[in-house]
Design a protein around this ligand. Sequence first.
Ligand SMILES: [Fe+2]
Ligand SMILES: [Fe+2]
Length: 190
Amino acid sequence: MNYCIEVMKEEHANIKRMVTVIRQICCNILEGSEVPVSDFRNITDFIKNYADHHHHGKEEAFLFPEMVSRLGKTADNLVTHGMLVEHNLGRNYNMGLGMALNAYEASPSTQLKLDIVGNAFGYAYVLSEHILKENNVVYPFAEKNLPAEILDKVNEDSKKYEEETMLKGVQRHYLDMLESLEKKYGISML
Ligand SMILES: [Fe+2]
Ligand SMILES: [Fe+2]
């Protein structure tokens, strides 16, 4: 398997773990728990900087442009009218979640709890479906059809980016955050 695909599939698995945490917190709220505002703040940070900037950033900067410019209409439909639209949907939900948290902190209400749960669940749903499509359709399509030298270049760019961000401690920071949330909400990693 190509390095870029391998690393992005690992990130998908980590994002799905956070989706499980989000769903658990939403269920807890529906069953009467307080809204855990600071945990949600960490989750919006994870979504913005790990799932979006770090992960979608590699797709949007390295892999997707090669697919769109080299693999014709099918790739354009899959990427431009599919995956990129879903990245934006995820961003909208995360922005909505942040705004709902601000409003709830200023003046808590059931209406705002609904906005928090609605946006958090919306993000979780969109990203789960998105990851399924990328793992099962988009990445295999890219690996099957992109020329080997282009895949090599995407692998190299991804590796360089991973090494740079690892030096800054980005991956460790967000994986530690994920682990501590899983622990707090009793989610088994097995
Ligand atoms: Fe994506
Ligand atoms: Fe992805």
